[in-house]
Design a protein around this ligand. Structure first.
Ligand SMILES: Cc1cc2nc3c(=O)[nH]c(=O)nc-3n(C[C@H](O)[C@H](O)[C@H](O)COP(=O)(O)OP(=O)(O)OC[C@H]3O[C@@H](n4cnc5c(N)ncnc54)[C@H](O)[C@@H]3O)c2cc1C
Length: 425
């Protein structure tokens, strides 16, 4: 008898964990991802700000799963799920359409940034989700310094040296903190015509405070750490428009060449093709056992799933949720193969961390709340532990230690070009 076929869409934190948890199960696994690599998204901002290189936070999925005999890896973008015919449809780089039948399906396609109906802002204010996004943000930051270094017009120079990060969640705080550090320590030795005091970094948040998912005292500590490194924190400020070279907040306009978006997320469009109920962010409302209503063989996990926690609140879109769901979905598939009833998912919350610049962070570990250097060391240890691949861990430790001591960000490289700028004829 052939073994049940498990298809997994997405090799992020959720999908990859699920695939690994099925390593010894009597099933055949196929994992499909549109990227050829698993990406450690929590360190993306370090690539975007030139502290780490792409290969240090990503690893080919085939390499990770090479020794798992029951798992096949397919590079392809899944375009639809046909739950009636039990198959997924995908294309590989636009060249060939294909489909893959399944007995069990785990959908772990994640989320992307949301511009709240202003999709035209994406071109002007990129978000941070993929390696391409990180390289584009790095290019924009470095090009702004290049432009400022040669600019003779004072207003144009000020706009080139103004960086606006929209969204005061962990990603926005981390990005703003890292740019603040670059401004303070890295620019002046190389860029002779820029003084650190000319650089403005603004973190704009619509809510009354930043880091809403953290307790108020930790958010306050983060705010103070940001201000210490020169980041201006504008809370209660709604961005109403983004135009080339400026950001609008009501009747206030801030000239800024570089605007970065960290303000919201929306689920993968694949959620719609599953046919079940969705929440406001387009996430699939899943049952307690992580299946979707009416489809006991289809599991939705990670950022794509809206799961209501024991506390009555939906679980946040963070890596530990995706990983725990991945293990749970895999175990439920094994149970189903054995003819056993599926079990409900329970999330074990181990805490919440965000880092701010060089040696400060905030950590909400339940009863223990940390800020400053101690929290940063906790952040460092956890990120090194969860980074995929021994080589990556080693390189990241070395690079961090090097950057910490020397302030040298080795990966400050401009690659790619602005697609909208044609060379002068
Ligand atoms: C900048 C940033 C910083 C973050 N920092 C933290 C942090 O510090 N701590 C924390 O816990 N969490 C953090 N997160 C959140 C965390 O990364 C996510 O919660 C986690 O990645 C969700 O896992 P997932 O498996 O649901 O989705 P993802 O990890 O996003 O994986 C989705 C996968 O699906 C693939 N995919 C998508 N669509 C398709 C398709 N149509 N066909 C084929 N493949 C597809 C993608 O290529 C990707 O590999 C951060 C996220 C970002 C963006």
């Amino acid at each position: 008898m052939s073994k049940p076929r498990v298809a997994i869409i997405g090799a992020g934190f959720g999908g990859l964990t699920a695939a690994r948890a099925l390593a010894n199960a009597p099933v055949e696994v196929t994992i499909v991802d549109e990227a050829n690599h698993h990406l450690f998204q929590p360190l993306l901002y370090q690539v975007a700000t030139g502290a780490l290189s792409p290969a240090e936070i990503a690893r080919p999925i085939r390499a990770i799963l090479a020794r798992q005999a029951n798992c096949e890896v397919v590079l392809g973008k899944v375009t639809a799920v046909d739950t009636q015919q039990r198959k997924i449809e995908f294309h590989d780089g636009g060249l060939r359409n294909d489909s893959l039948p399944y007995d069990y399906l785990i959908v772990a396609a994640g989320a992307r940034h949301s511009y709240f109906g202003h999709e035209e802002w994406e071109r002007l204010a990129p978000g941070l989700k993929t390696l391409q996004d990180a390289l584009e943000i790095r290019r924009r930051i470095l090009m702004a310094f290049e432009k400022a270094d040669r600019e003779t017009d004072a207003a144009a120079k000020a706009a080139a040296l103004t960086f606006v990060v929209v969204g005061g969640g962990p990603t926005g705080v981390e990005l703003a903190g890292a740019i603040g550090e670059i401004a303070r320590h890295l620019v002046s030795p190389g860029f002779r015509n820029i003084s650190p005091s000319e650089i403005r970094v603004l973190l704009v948040e619509n809510a009354p405070r930043i880091l809403l998912s953290f307790p108020e005292d930790l958010a306050q500590a983060a705010c103070e750490s940001l201000r210490r490194i020169g980041v201006e924190v504008l809370t209660g400020s709604l961005v109403t428009g983004i135009e080339p070279g400026r950001v609008l907040m009501g009747d206030r306009a801030i000239p800024a060449l570089t605007v970065l978006w960290a303000a919201g997320v929306v689920a993968s469009p694949l959620a719609k093709s599953l046919g079940g109920p969705l929440d406001r962010a387009g996430r699939v409302m899943v049952n307690k056992d992580l299946t979707i209503p009416g489809q006991p063989n289809v599991f939705v996990i990670g950022d794509l799933a809206c799961f209501t926690h024991q506390t009555g609140h939906p679980l946040p879109g963070v890596a530990p949720v995706a990983m725990q769901m991945g293990v749970h979905a895999a175990h439920n598939i094994v149970r189903a193969c054995d003819g056993q009833a599926l079990k409900d998912f329970h999330y074990l919350d181990k805490g919440n961390l965000a880092t701010i610049g060089r040696a400060a962070a905030v950590a909400d570990l339940g009863k223990i709340k940390l800020s400053g250097l101690v929290a940063w060391i906790a952040w460092l240890a956890i990120h090194i532990f969860f980074l995929i691949g021994f080589r990556n861990r080693l390189v990241a430790i070395f690079t961090w230690a090097w950057t910490y001591v020397t302030y040298d960000r080795a990966a400050m490289l401009i690659v790619g070009s602005d697609p909208s700028s044609a060379p002068p004829s």
